[in-house]
Design a protein around this ligand. Structure first.
Ligand SMILES: [Zn+2]
Length: 431
């Protein structure tokens, strides 16, 4: 600490990469919000090409030009500029598989280069790293990623001893210092250029938490400012669903899908929609809009008094339902473990839960007409225990003439949610 790590290359027209300022552990606060780092300055299309390479790379120039509707000449000028600026690089490895598997765009045939190995483009990791933090329940998970949102550290999960904002900010600043001081044989830099914190709540200006009921915070909390004050690293705060949605559309299972919806099940119920690679924006989306939709007319009553609303998919509700069924205190983990060992009561409840989830998927698909529905969240694995019931739930509420709903049940880890947080500042770095 105490020394400037400004590695900006403003002499070449680049933005300052790391606007870290000197600040002691309890030192003076920066005068104003620290700007998030930007990688390079360029035209709208230059940033769009870099974003598309981040999502689809390694990708061939011909495919890229078709995807963006650019002429080969225009695209070549842009990619040359990005190569010169060290943002992207060419790869010619014979084993390099072009384009991510989720990429649904079909490239036109190009016979000109037949027989020659294709040169592909991908992001060039410039050594910059980002710290992603996800707050969940009484824990926090942190990870360092490179500019492609790939982990360059193992994930660290810590139990919160206090949920006071200043204590959480102090913990995050401590983690940044810990990562910085870890010896690294791979010679990757360890000082994050930016910190991104995600949590289940409503944010203002990507910095202030205005609504986070599970943390019991009152009023507007400048969480990003508190972290910056303690470690001098530009920080942003985002809603966790928004972060996960952006992650899936840039780096995950949503890459290349023209429109997809995402449902998360776990401590709460989340819903988000992505159109043409951009999460659909809506000012009230982080207030849990899908949290109380009727999905089982014979389901349990939620805390708000509804019968069988989507709250019956939450971990607390499932634990309570399983407790009542089995006659002894149970958790959602007990339910999953018992269903896997074919305990009848657990199987019955899981089958019902899968049908309810199918109902919610059908409602989502019928109203928002996505090509795919991604199922995410801490307890998404329940859906894998009986996909037949999920399908039955979907078809019960979907006209038989309509095409089947494509849904994917994704593996869950808090590490991914922390990476997703980092993805938000990576988006700002590239766009
Ligand atoms: Zn309800």
């Amino acid at each position: 600490m105490g020394k400037s790590t400004d590695t900006g290359r403003s002499d070449k027209g680049f933005s300052v990469k790391n606007s870290r300022v000197t600040a002691g552990r309890n030192g003076s606060a920066p005068d104003a919000a620290l700007p998030l780092p930007r990688w390079f300055h360029g035209s709208y299309h230059t940033h769009l090409v870099a974003e598309t390479i981040a999502k689809h790379g390694p990708i061939a120039r011909t495919t890229l030009a078709q995807l963006l509707g650019l002429s080969q000449g225009a695209l070549s000028r842009i990619t040359s500029d990005l190569i010169y600026q060290n943002v992207i690089e060419e790869v010619n490895h014979p084993d390099m598989k072009p384009d991510k598997s989720a990429f649904t765009f079909t490239a036109q045939k190009n016979n000109a280069g037949r027989g020659r190995p294709q040169t592909l483009l991908r992001l060039k990791s410039d050594g910059t790293c980002f710290m992603g933090i996800n707050l969940h329940g009484s824990e926090l998970t942190a990870i360092l990623t490179n500019v492609s949102c790939e982990p360059i550290s193992s994930a660290t999960t810590l139990r919160l001893t206090s949920t006071e904002p200043q204590d959480i900010a102090e913990l995050i600043a401590d983690l940044a210092r810990t990562f910085e001081n870890q010896s690294d044989k791979r010679a990757e830099p360890r000082t994050p250029s930016a910190i991104s914190v995600s949590l289940g709540g409503h944010m203002k200006d990507d910095r202030c938490v205005t609504h986070a009921p599970y943390l019991h915070w009152d009023g507007e909390i400048d969480l990003a400012g508190m972290v910056e004050q303690r470690c001098g690293i530009p920080t942003a705060a985002f809603n966790d669903m928004d972060s996960l949605m952006l992650y899936e559309s840039w780096f995950g299972d949503g890459v290349g899908l023209p429109r997809f919806a995402m449902l998360t099940i776990g401590a709460g119920i989340g819903y988000a929609l992505c159109e043409n690679g951009k999460p659909v924006d809506y000012p009230d989306k982080s207030y849990g809009l899908a949290g109380h939709i009727l999905i089982d007319p014979e389901g349990p009553r939620c805390y708000a008094g509804h019968i069988g609303c989507s709250q019956c998919l939450t971990s607390d509700s499932l634990a309570q339902e399983y407790t009542e069924l089995s006659g002894s205190p149970m958790t959602v983990e007990d339910l999953i473990a018992d269903a896997k060992t074919d305990k009848p009561q657990a199987r019955t409840l899981v089958n019902r839960v899968c049908f309810r989830l199918g109902t919610l998927i059908a409602i989502t698909a019928n109203f928002t007409m996505p090509t795919t529905v991604l199922i995410n969240g801490e307890t998404s694995c329940i859906a894998k225990l009986n996909t037949e019931s999920v399908r039955n739930g979907i078809s019960w509420y979907r006209p038989s003439q309509a095409s089947p709903v494509d849904f994917r049940i994704l593996d869950f880890s808090w590490q991914k949610w922390a990476r997703a947080a980092a993805g938000r500042v990576i988006e700002r770095y590239i766009d």
